[in-house]
Structures are given as structure tokens and as C-alpha cells.
Design a protein around this ligand. Structure first.
Ligand code: NAD
Length: 508
């Protein structure tokens, strides 16, 4: 430990933390955060209740009235400064991500880099929130559309990307002129406090109204309250499909807008014409990176029958070389799962897989000993399965990889699409026909489709999200910003008459 928590401006971690001037939801009761790396208690953070939510929403509404009048490029400049602050604090923040969530330091650094990238993207975007001009059917009329901010935006995030998913939403929401209320995962609250502190400093220097950035810490119940809150026009929620079903229904019932980023069950198809070395690297990183706790983790490999045995042997060899341990140590490839509940889910899935007829070619298990004293370290494992087994259809948030055979590319695509989720997909091939089929309307049904790479590791420049049980939301790059704004069509009559649309005559 080299004082990275203190470097982020956080003091008295065990006495209870409130997150700087923009945090207004404290109840007096405390949430404890434990590190899966060594089991230590690392922080106690004040929980928000219904009154806290009410205070925060009022503050966010008041702040919105001012913030929406600031020119978007000015808001963009403030987001640019947040990007610079993140550059300055990249290492301590990445270490905190690694320590509180358990991903490797390299992945923690990557996550903070993603935040920096979205700040740069949002800064540019602040000058490009463009509408189009249409041709009017009436003489002497001009018609165009413009985009306005919505109001307070709630951002509910999952534990596995404890900082970047918030930033994908918040940076875009802010340049669009919205205020942001963040409810982070109850499993990684200290990361949220650290981000809030960094933002609070930048906002104070720029005299940003209090309430543009708010943090509410709490669990499911608080999330449910947020979903029902009619003063929040947009809820962006990232997490399990079960959570999304609940949030989506609650927000829809009050005719609010939601962006749902939910679970995946991502597959890589390995063609007989694949570069096998590349396929092995892509598959192993996709399956064991973040200990299989990415929404885009590779859960299934669909392998051509002609290379199946050869590829399986290569996979077993690669798995033997994996080093499991403290994610802050550079030589380790795989860190812990988030908590003991996640370990139980992993063990249950292995048991279910065996009972449903799966055969493990790389065995799983929980690691014991002083280096693994948190009880959260598990072995990445590989099972040969039949595609329709119920366990294969489900997302288990752990490093369990299912492998299966195919004989034609059409069959492989059908297997890949034949699960409830639709987030990320990949095909490894050097055959252009297979490639084009995979990208065609008869190809992958996922929000993300890759060739000659794995399923995980998206760039912020694209719109991120998936179909079916993944929720259909899109956030981050491309034109995802439109989800954070309302569209208005404007028509101006500059003629001296009043022609009606569709040629209607109204003779008064
Ligand atoms: P989770 O669903 O348990 O919790 C996610 C967040 O939702 C937390 O903040 C939690 O407090 C809140 N929450 C839970 N139930 C709620 C409810 N009924 N109403 C309102 N809020 C509720 O998920 P998790 O274990 O933190 O994260 C893992 C899941 O997230 C996986 O399924 C993973 O695939 C998914 N995920 C998806 C994406 C994506 O972009 N598609 C990204 C990251 C994680």
C-alpha cells in the first residue's frame, strides 16, 4: 500500500466518508467496503435514504436551471479539465479500482484511460450537438430540429467497471446540459467517492452550481427508488438482466426514458481458417480477464470440428500458464472475484454444468492459503458442453468457459445467436465470405460484432450496448448522446400568408 487512497483526497476511511461538497444524501448509517484482494475493510461510506434522494433530486433540479444555460462548449471545457485531473490521478485511481474491485492494475489503468478518452470525446462533442434542417412543404417556411437537455440524469452502475461506466454517462450528460446523480454499486463505493472528489475540485474552480454532480450510495432499494422517481427523466442503468427488467418496467410505467446496459453471454466463433495463435490469445484474454467479470467476457467458444481437438489442446496449455493472485502484482493474470457470494455462484455453476452433462477439460476450484486469504480467488476453468444446456444459456459472472463444436458457419452463427443475451460477439477467420456473412443481417444479432479479436475491450468512440436481454441501450460514443437530450422540431413562417400543412384549406 503506498497511500493511494490518501492521494485521492480521501481521509478517515473507517469513520465514515461523505464525498465532498456535491454529496448530499447522508443518513447516518454506514456501508462497509471490503477489498476482495486481501479481505480488508477499506472504507465505510454513508448510505442515502429516501430523504437523501429527495434532497439530491431537488438540488439537481435547481442546478439544472442554471447549467442548461451555460454554452455547451463551456461545459465541454470543464469536462476537458476533468480529463486532465484524471490524467494527474490516473495511477492512484487505477490502484483503488484494482484494490476495491479486484481487476489487475493494467486493467485498472485501462479503465481510467477510458475515462480520460470519454472526456476528450465529450469535449469535442460539446461543439457538435447538431440537429438537421429539413425542406418545408410550405412556401416561406423554415423547418429545423434542435436538441435540448433533459434534466437530472440518474446513473446506476455495476461493480465491475466501478468508475468508467459512470464517466461514459456523466461526461456526455454534462456536455448535453444535464445534471447527473450517480448511484454506484454498493460493492465499490470508495471508487465513486474518489471520482466525486476529483470532479468536485474541478467544478469548484469553475464555479459550477452545486448539484450538477451528485452521489448517492446505497443498494438495490435506493436504485428502485431512483427508477420510480418522476423528477428524473432519464435513468441509465448498468447491471444484471434481472435489475434491468425491474428498472426498465418502473421507468416505463412513469413514461420516463431508460438506457439499459445488461448482462452478456458472449461467444467467439473459431473458424477452421482462423489464425490459431491469435484465436488463443483473444479467447484466453476474453475469458479470464477481470476474472471473467466483464459484461463482454467470453463465455462460449464455438470451434470448427476440423480444428476442435487441436484448439482444445492449445487452450489447455494456455490455461496451465495462467498466474492467479494479487491483481496489483504485475505478473498475475487473474485476480479475485468480487466477493464470496460470487464464489458461491461460480461453484454452483460448475456443479450445474456437471449435472447437465458438461465435462471439464480444465478443472475449477477455490484457491486456499495465505496469498488467497480473502477467499475470493478461483481457478479459471473450461468445460465441453452441449449448446442448449440451461447453464450455458445463462450468464455466470466468473471465469468459466464453455466450448462446443460446429460444422458449418451458418450453424456457428445460429449457436452464437441462440442465447437470450445479445451483447458482444466475435469471429476469428481469414475467410472473407465468412466475415461478410457474420456482419450481414443474417449474421451476429449482437450490439457488438468483431472480426479477428475477442469479445471484450470496446473503444469509447463506438456506441456501446447490446440487444435482447442485454437491454437495447447505447451509451458512450457515436450518436449515443441523443439519448441524453430531447429533440425539438421548429418551424418558422416568414411569409405573409398562413398555408396549412398537407394543403388543408380552412376558410375563416
Ligand atoms: P447488479 O444488477 O447486481 O447491480 C448493478 C447495479 O444495480 C448496482 O448499483 C445495484 O445496487 C443496482 N440494482 C440492483 N438491483 C436493482 C433494482 N432492482 N433496481 C434498481 N437498481 C438495482 O449487477 P452487478 O453484480 O453489480 O454487475 C454485474 C452485471 O452487470 C452482469 O450481469 C454484467 O453483465 C452487467 N454489466 C453490463 C454492462 C453493459 O454495459 N452491458 C456493463 C457492466 C456490467
Amino acid at each position: 500500500m503506498d497511500g493511494f487512497i490518501e492521494k485521492l483526497g480521501i481521509r478517515s476511511v473507517n469513520q465514515g466518508i461523505s464525498a465532498g461538497q456535491h454529496y448530499m444524501g447522508s443518513t447516518g448509517s454506514l456501508l462497509t467496503s471490503y477489498s476482495p484482494v486481501d479481505g480488508s475493510q477499506i472504507a465505510r461510506v454513508y448510505l442515502a435514504d429516501a430523504d437523501g434522494l429527495d434532497t439530491v433530486v431537488r438540488k439537481a433540479e435547481e442546478a439544472f436551471l442554471q447549467w442548461r444555460t451555460w454554452p455547451a462548449p463551456k461545459r465541454g471545457d470543464i469536462v476537458r479539465q476533468i480529463g486532465n485531473k484524471l490524467r494527474e490521478f490516473k495511477l492512484p485511481l487505477a490502484k483503488l479500482v484494482s484494490y476495491e474491485m479486484g481487476k489487475s492494475l493494467q486493467e485498472g489503468l485501462g479503465e481510467v484511460q477510458e475515462m480520460i478518452d470519454i472526456c476528450d470525446f465529450a469535449t469535442g462533442l460539446s461543439r457538435q450537438l447538431c440537429g438537421v434542417t429539413m425542406q418545408s412543404e410550405r412556401p416561406g417556411h423554415r423547418m429545423y430540429e434542435q436538441w435540448h437537455p433533459l434534466g437530472p440524469t440518474a446513473i446506476i452502475t455495476a461493480f465491475n467497471f466501478p468508475v468508467s461506466v459512470w464517466s461514459w454517462n456523466a461526461m456526455i450528460a454534462w456536455v448535453c446540459g444535464n445534471t447527473a446523480i450517480w448511484k454506484p454499486s454498493e460493492k465499490a463505493p470508495l471508487c465513486a467517492v474518489a471520482c466525486q472528489n476529483l470532479v468536485a475540485g474541478v467544478f469548484a474552480e469553475n464555479h459550477v452550481p452545486e448539484g450538477v454532480s451528485c452521489l448517492l450510495t446505497g443498494g438495490r432499494e435506493l436504485g428502485e427508488r431512483i427508477a420510480r422517481e418522476p423528477r428524473i427523466p432519464l435513468v441509465s442503468a448498468t447491471g444484471s438482466t434481472a435489475m434491468g427488467r425491474s428498472v426498465g418496467a418502473a421507468v416505463a410505467s412513469r413514461l420516463g426514458r431508460s438506457i439499459l446496459e445488461l448482462g452478456g453471454n458472449n461467444a467467439v466463433i473459431i473458424s477452421k481458417e482462423a489464425d490459431l495463435e491469435l484465436a488463443i490469445r483473444a479467447s484466453v484474454f476474453g475469458a479470464v480477464g477481470t476474472a471473467g467479470q466483464r459484461c463482454t467476457s467470453t463465455r462460449r467458444l464455438i470451434i470448427h470440428e476440423a480444428i476442435y481437438e487441436n484448439f482444445k489442446e492449445k487452450l489447455i496449455t494456455a490455461y496451465r500458464q495462467l498466474k492467479i493472485g494479487d491483481p496489483l502484482e504485475e505478473e498475475n493474470h487473474v485476480g479475485p472475484l468480487i466477493d464470496k457470494k460470487a464464489v458461491d455462484n461460480y461453484l454452483e455453476a460448475i456443479e450445474a454444468c456437471k449435472q447437465q452433462g458438461g465435462t471439464f477439460v480444465v478443472e475449477g476450484g477455490v484457491l486456499q492459503g495465505e496469498a488467497f486469504k480473502s477467499g475470493c480467488y478461483v481457478k479459471p476453468c473450461v468445460a465441453e458442453v452441449a449448446p442448449q444446456m440451461p447453464i450455458v444459456q445463462r450468464e455466470t459472472f466468473a471465469p468459466i468457459l464453455y466450448i462446443m463444436k460446429y460444422s458449418s458457419i451458418e450453424e456457428a452463427i445460429a449457436l452464437q445467436n441462440g442465447v437470450p443475451q445479445g451483447l458482444s460477439s466475435a469471429l476469428i477467420t481469414l475467410n472473407i465470405r465468412e466475415m461478410e456473412l457474420f456482419f450481414s443481417s443474417s449474421g451476429s444479432d449482437c450490439g457488438i460484432a468483431n472480426i479477428n479479436m475477442g469479445t471484450s475491450g470496446a473503444e469509447i468512440g463506438g456506441a456501446f450496448g447490446g440487444e435482447k436481454a442485454t437491454g437495447g441501450g447505447r451509451e458512450s460514443g457515436s450518436d449515443a448522446w441523443k439519448n441524453y437530450m430531447r429533440r425539438q422540431t421548429n418551424t418558422i413562417n416568414w411569409s405573409e400568408s398562413l398555408p396549412l400543412a398537407q394543403g388543408i384549406v380552412f376558410g375563416v
